[in-house]
Ligand binder design. Structure first.
Ligand SMILES: [Zn+2]
Length: 249
């Protein structure tokens, strides 16, 4: 059985959200065991089996995957008219949202943050894939704008990602961040010309500046928690899936 960490209570009535871990899947080797990504070198049949188990544990018949590129494109998800193979139809985007019920919106990650946004009344849900690149190119701004709701009515939840203590960055990253924000979330690192970046802190400030007041965070660090995938720790590795959906009434 796929391991599923529920985060539903953070969001809104009628909205479900959560994420998978490494546990309970069919993948082997570096991908052990519940890798949800088809683009990381894992055996396709194993990923298909992991996704089948994910459908089973969430009760979702329809889960939408994106081809994530660390960009800022957002897509609105509508119900399928005809059954479509989700493995073949992934759209190139880093955020998706919907007002339909019963459709799971998935983001794959291993250190980057899945950022879930839900209208407090539970009518609209969205999710973004957000590392420092996504943050800099405005994926959160694009998602909130696309959802077209008063931002004070939105709740946000940051899923598992890399914490400040584990995330050393160099000038190549720091120079591209918004300096006004980053001065609050950078500490001197152990090496010269390197810093520790509080990426979830950076994202939280971005969300606050967009007008979102209620922001919750997963306590898990992907680098430290061996039950999660970390790109920085392992390089060749799998991805967990974070999913949000509106329940079918
Ligand atoms: Zn950490």
């Amino acid at each position: 059985m796929i391991d599923w960490i529920d985060a539903t209570r953070e969001l809104a009535d009628g909205v479900r959200a959560g994420y998978t871990t490494r546990l309970g899947g069919a993948s082997e080797g570096a991908y052990l065991s519940a890798n949800m990504a088809t683009h990381v070198g894992d055996v396709d049949a194993d990923v298909r089996e992991n996704r089948r188990r994910l459908h089973q544990i969430t009760g979702l018949g329809d889960i939408r995957w994106l081809k994530q590129v660390h960009g800022s494109s957002v897509v609105k998800i509508e119900p399928h008219v005809d059954p479509v193979d989700d493995q073949c139809s992934a759209l190139v985007a880093d955020a998706q949202w919907t007002d339909s019920t019963g459709i799971g919106l998935a983001i794959l990650s291993a250190d980057c943050f899945p950022v879930v946004i839900a209208d407090a009344s539970g009518g609209v849900v969205g999710i973004a894939h957000c590392g420092w690149r996504g943050a800099v190119c405005g994926v959160l701004e694009s998602l909130v704008a696309a959802m077209r709701l008063r931002s004070t009515s939105l709740n946000a939840w940051l899923g598992p990602g890399i914490c400040k203590q584990c995330y050393e960055v160099g000038p190549d990253v720091v120079e591209r961040l918004n300096a006004r924000i980053s001065k609050n979330v950078l500490d001197a690192g152990p090496r010269r010309k390197h810093w520790l970046l509080d990426l979830p802190g950076y994202l939280e400030i971005l969300l606050q500046e967009l007008g979102i007041e209620r922001i919750f965070r997963s306590p898990s660090c992907t680098y430290q928690d061996e039950d999660l995938y970390s790109y920085r720790r392992d390089k060749v590795t799998g991805r967990v899936a974070t999913i949000v959906w509106r329940e079918t009434p």
